[in-house]
Design a protein around this ligand. Sequence first.
Ligand code: GTP
Ligand code: MG
Length: 591
Amino acid sequence: MSAQIHMKDPICLIENRNSNEFVINTEAEQILSQITDPVVVVAIVGKYRTGKSYLMNKLAGRKTGFPLGSTIQSKTKGIWMWCVPHPRQPSHTLVLLDTEGLGDVEKGDSKNDGWIFSLAVLLSSNLVYNSMGTIDHQSMEQLHYVTELTNLIKIKSNPKEGKDESGEFKRIFPSFTWCVRDFSLILELDGKKVTEDDYLMNSLRLKKGTDRKTQDFNLPRECILHYFHSHKCFVFDQPTSSRNLHRLEELQEQNLEETFVEQAQKFCGYIHRDGIAKTLPGGLLVTGRMLAHLTSLYIETIMSGSVPCMENAILALSVIENTGAVQDALAKYETCMNEHLPRFPTETLQEFLYLHQGSEKEALEVFLKRSFNDENQDFQKEFKNLLDNKMKEFSERNERESTERCQTIIQKLSESLEQRISQGEFSKPGGHKLFLKEKMTIMEEYNTTPHKGLKSLEVLQEFISNKKATEAAILQADESLTAKEKEIAESQAETAEAERQRQILEEKEKYLQESMENQKKSFEQHEKMLIEKMEADRQKLIAENGRVIAQKLQEQNAMLTAGFQSKVNDLQREIADLNRMNRDTGPCILL
Ligand SMILES: Nc1nc2c(ncn2[C@@H]2O[C@H](COP(=O)(O)OP(=O)(O)OP(=O)(O)O)[C@@H](O)[C@H]2O)c(=O)[nH]1
Ligand SMILES: [Mg+2]
């Protein structure tokens, strides 16, 4: 879990400079980048001067924050951001995006508004559309931006000629909530009480007919029904008397209309409880860091004169995240192994491999948690190669520390022997026997000294080899021994030497075998954990497709009731495609 973000006040995320120039604010980008938790993103859009910023402050649980305007001029410019700890989900961050009011006469630029609207759709997981009065012809007209989204958001970089991509919008678009402010009607239809959601769905009902007027009436409604996966509505009374509205921020709750306070609480409760976390197609949770990258990618694309494309954005994001995943995982491996350094040199290779395998598993978990869309497992292979190199470094360090420790031990144990050699104490009759006795004592003490590590035998062998010439000279000079006895002593020394060489070879062979077994185990572990992740991803995709199918069936019903047979058929085809997709996603196969 990342550190809780404490933003005292909102900050501009996307500046809207003169003449349609959108610029990402690097300070805001950095704040987002530090959030490694999943984010629930709520964006509010709607006509200027309609109380959007005020409502967003309510969602943050604060009276002030996003600045309100008290004049007739629009206040919020560009897109502002406020990241607050999620009030209900401790491991999530609530990201509130307050957008520039649409349809400002002073600005008079509807293209700019279109981009603001599409950015709100692209960045959020919960879109709030705010309007005044009632859901009427005018408020629907103000929502014409929704009908332009197919020109402002692309799904695939190379869509099939003439293919309508909007069928995929339901998968990637946020939930849709309509907030009707200063609502003064009674929620009744044909004399019966209805809910706010019924009111919305009734307002979204399509009219039969194909004439121009009916088409214009239906288009925004069709888009809302077709693009968004869920539709909620909240109505609000005017919060206070008109003369107090300009100082709303200063008023205590008890001075506001009671119904308004209740309605605002109901709305906030819904967003906090049911507001969904931002995901990418396939159900991958988006973190603050990923949202920062997405924002920057979208702005870059718009500023280059192109249309943001989901497929391209996900591809670019996956490269960034997978590169980061490799780095994070290697850092994790290094941290784990560094914690084991006090146990170096390990007594056996098994012990070293045990430490390595545990660290490798933790590192792999880090990699798999962050990586996604790793086509052909290219990044995982890169990670494995780099990890093998790191392991080699630690293994060499383990051996180096063993060599150094063994050399120190043998040096200390042989101090008196060296002294006696230099003083010629063994150059006398019976000297060879004395020398052998001392050598044996050193060897015994060396062998019983613990924590020497893997190089114990090699260092001992080196010590004995170094003494070989001295031992031979002492033997030859020992007048107490017959030629035959000398011959026997020589042959014994050779046998012992051969035995030690055999042991060293045996150890090396064992080392090789254990290393190979470790490679096999490591490969199997990577494979097992990757397959588990791929299977989990597959199940997520199947579940997501299931959800989209259910939503499309609902939409199909509405179209059937309205008598739009061609739309019913289109939806039938889309549903069949999704069912086929679910059938075709077989078990995971590694390449
Ligand atoms: N009538 C009415 N006024 C409101 C409501 N909520 C806030 N206001 C007042 O409307 C004015 C504008 O509020 P903001 O929250 O800044 O509105 P906005 O939609 O963010 O405005 P822009 O950023 O300019 O698009 C302020 O004086 C608020 O006090 C409401 O529910 N009804
Ligand atoms: Mg505002």
